[in-house]
Design a protein around this ligand. Structure first.
Ligand code: SF4
Ligand code: SF4
Length: 405
């Protein structure tokens, strides 16, 4: 924790670099403290994390060797309440960038980026295994004739639990007759480099990705992970990839498919609560689409947690925190698991690999046996059971009839 007993060192170079890297975003802060009150770390540390003070120090170029900058999960809770619109997560990433420059990075984070560089993923998995999860699925290589590129992402490609989510997405897209392709040597989106604040390495990754996507002629990318979605939507240049390049999260695509009659869902009675992934909700304002998809399932009852949408608690897995150790009593997901359990729902739905992993861990910690975590894709796939599939075929038939009328 930061304390005021640290010697204060005025560092003009730091001030200049932070201003340069962050675009001077801290300068608008007028020290109201709303960010400190909003930050979820206050719920698990026993005292507030003084985000306001950290912003002040960055404003003034005060160096105190604080390690608190590595706590930030980029949940955007502070940004959503800041009356001056200070992009605090971006500011902390700038400070982390400084830490890389000074080699003051927590143990283990360098190897995450080396894994990314040498293996193409931050999980230390062999690149030759990236497409192994889908060997029996016969997924086509993307060509510009496809409707869209399905971007799988490192977590869904390499983690056995998350591979099930990717398979569910594929099953649902096939049920809706979506023409899609994948890139077999899919590049990492670079989210780890962003979250850990290594701006220089991030720039290299982004440039490589933009070139690869442009060469492949990708104009429509649908990502399984909100983190990948955010990377391609906000940290890659649409102009660099190609005219008309657009990016969606898969729940947005499913909501569109349902709305235009291409995806019909059957019955799947269940009480479900929903965790808004930060990078989808507060990050991009995508609150409605996941709920539209869930409530399109017959018999599904959506029970909101007390804090939802803009107020939803982060799972704790963003901002590079997946690669940092968090003591059990400080894991946001444990609090969130208890919130979900309090709804009485039997399913805790989410639409993010990080949320899914953290929340499954959180439910184990609270010892919940009456509720399980599922990705929305898995819930939708279950609603494509034989009865639902005949509904789907029926809807397709009606659509075909309407088209020929
Ligand atoms: S909420 Fe915004 S203006 Fe208020 S202290 Fe935090 S950064 Fe500054
Ligand atoms: S982004 Fe979230 S974790 Fe980071 S400082 Fe803001 S509220 Fe705290």
């Amino acid at each position: 924790m930061t304390t005021d007993t640290h010697p204060i060192v005025l560092d003009d170079d730091l001030w200049e670099r932070v201003v340069e890297i962050s675009g001077g975003i801290a300068s608008a802060c007028y020290q109201c403290g709303a960010c400190t009150a909003a930050c979820p770390w206050g719920q698990v540390l026993g005292e507030p994390l003084s985000v306001r003070k950290m912003v002040r120090r960055a404003q003034l170029g005060l160096e105190d060797g604080a390690t608190d900058i590595w706590l930030c999960t980029s949940c955007n809770q502070c940004l959503s309440l800041c009356p001056r619109g200070v992009d605090i997560p971006a500011l902390f990433r700038s400070l982390r960038n400084e830490a890389w420059r000074k080699n003051l990075v927590p143990v283990g984070l360098s190897s995450v980026l080396w894994d990314l560089e040498w293996g193409g993923n931050p999980w230390g998995q062999p690149p030759s295994e990236r497409a192994a999860w889908a060997r029996d699925l016969d997924l086509p290589d993307y060509t510009p004739e496809h409707e869209l590129l399905l971007y799988i992402g490192c977590s869904s490609a390499h983690d056995p639990r998350l591979q099930r989510v990717a398979r569910a997405v594929v099953a649902v897209l096939r049920a809706a007759d979506v023409s899609f392709g994948v890139i077999e040597d899919e590049p990492c989106c670079g989210e780890a480099a962003l979250g850990l604040g290594n701006e220089q390495y991030l720039a290299e990754i982004v440039e490589r990705n933009e070139r690869q996507l442009a060469e492949a002629g990708v104009t429509d990318l649908v990502a399984i992970s909100p983190h990948c979605f955010d990377m391609f939507a906000s940290h890659h240049s649409a102009e660099a990839v190609g005219t008309g390049f657009r990016v969606r999260h898969y729940t947005q695509l499913l909501a569109e498919l349902i709305e235009n009659g291409r995806l019909a869902l059957g019955q799947s009675p269940a009480a479900v609560t929903y965790q808004d992934p930060c990078f989808l909700g507060r990050g991009h304002g995508v609150y409605a689409a996941p709920r539209q998809v869930l409530t399109a399932i017959g018999g599904l009852e959506l029970r909101e947690m007390a804090e939802n949408r803009e107020q939803g608690l982060c799972c704790g897995g963003g901002g590079g925190r997946m690669w940092m150790e968090t003591p059990v009593e400080q894991r946001f997901a444990v609090t969130r698991a208890a919130d979900a359990q309090a709804t009485g729902a039997g399913v805790l739905a989410t639409a993010c690999p990080a949320c899914l992993s953290c929340l499954e861990d959180g439910l184990k910690v609270v010892g919940a046996t009456d509720i399980r975590v599922m990705d929305i894709a898995e819930i939708v796939e279950a609603a494509l059971a034989p009865a639902a599939q005949s509904d789907h075929e029926h809807a397709q038939m009606l659509a075909a009839e309407a088209a020929s009328a």
